[in-house]
Design a protein around this ligand. Structure first.
Ligand SMILES: Nc1ncnc2c1ncn2[C@@H]1O[C@H](COP(=O)(O)OP(=O)(O)O)[C@@H](O)[C@H]1O
Ligand SMILES: [Mg+2]
Length: 258
């Protein structure tokens, strides 16, 4: 009997991706197809290549000396699968569509408002009133608006760690990305603030394709729809939710790699 269920379309296809720094192989021929909805969480021991993998999805590795790579990465952008290395896709446009938030909040040394407005002006060229509207919209989206609406001119460094990280997320969201890469976004935050960010990510997954590196099994189980486990520059496992709902199964797999 013919099944009425159709396979979800992939949003990320990686073929034989190798990344080297100064001739040393860091990603060892990754083949991966990601499809479905929800957050993909990347787990793996330190040095297993998680950050390098994320950076290969928006070509950020190219910023580092000694980098070379081979293989292909295709992402679904504006509804179609695009080769991220294709000359039709300018680098600034790729990085706008595939936004990244880092482990430590990296606010710009300027006001809260300018943290959103400056990159918006540089990348999109939007006018002042549109930028102001977008600013309110994204600060509301990350639930920061009420906390900062009366101090938009304050230096962003005066915000707490969790507020700074939400500001960094708002700065990326202001550019209307489609894919959101998060590299251990709660690593520098306390438990309570981490929970806040996790709840935010669960909300944001409705609108963005999220791929997040995590250092925490608890966090992965809370937010992930799929878990990708990396070891020594390779993908060891790609687990669907039903596989890690039983914590014992996941624990066992992780014991193999840590
Ligand atoms: N810019 C770089 N230059 C040289 N080596 C790098 C660079 N980035 C990562 N590496 C190396 O690649 C390996 C994987 O690093 P990384 O992707 O940061 O791992 P993880 O995020 O899983 O801790 C490590 O051995 C690291 O030293
Ligand atoms: Mg890392």
């Amino acid at each position: 009997m013919e099944s009425t269920l159709t396979q979800a379309e992939p949003f990320c296809i990686v073929k034989n991706l190798q990344v080297l720094f100064h001739g040393r192989n860091v990603l060892q021929g990754i083949d991966l197809t990601l499809s479905g909805n929800g957050i993909v969480v990347v787990l793996g021991s330190s040095g297993s290549g998680k950050t390098t993998f994320l950076r290969s999805l928006n070509r950020l590795n190219e910023c580092y000396p000694g980098y070379s790579s081979s293989g292909r990465v295709n992402l679904k952008l504006s509804g179609t699968m695009s080769d991220i290395n294709h000359s039709d896709l300018p680098l600034t446009e790729l990085r706008r569509q595939v936004g990244m938030v880092f482990q430590t909040p990296n606010v710009l040394p300027t006001s809260i408002a300018q943290n959103i407005s400056l990159p918006l002006k540089l990348v999109t060229g939007l006018g002042k009133s549109e930028r102001e509207a977008r600013l309110v919209e994204v600060l509301q989206e990350v639930h920061l608006w009420d906390e900062v609406k009366n101090r938009l001119k304050d230096n962003a460094f005066r915000l707490s760690g969790g507020q700074q990280q939400r500001l960094c997320m708002a700065r990326v969201l202001a550019l209307k990305p489609q894919v959101l890469l998060l590299d251990e976004p709660t690593a520098s935050l306390d438990f309570k603030t981490s929970h806040k960010i996790e709840d935010l990510l669960i909300e944001l997954q409705e609108h963005y394709q999220i791929i997040a590196v995590s250092h925490s099994l608890r966090q992965a189980r809370k937010i992930a729809d799929q878990i990708l486990i990396m070891k020594e520059g390779r993908i060891e496992h790609l687990l669907k939710k039903e596989k890690f709902e039983d914590p014992k199964i996941l624990q066992k797999l992780l014991e193999e790699i840590f």
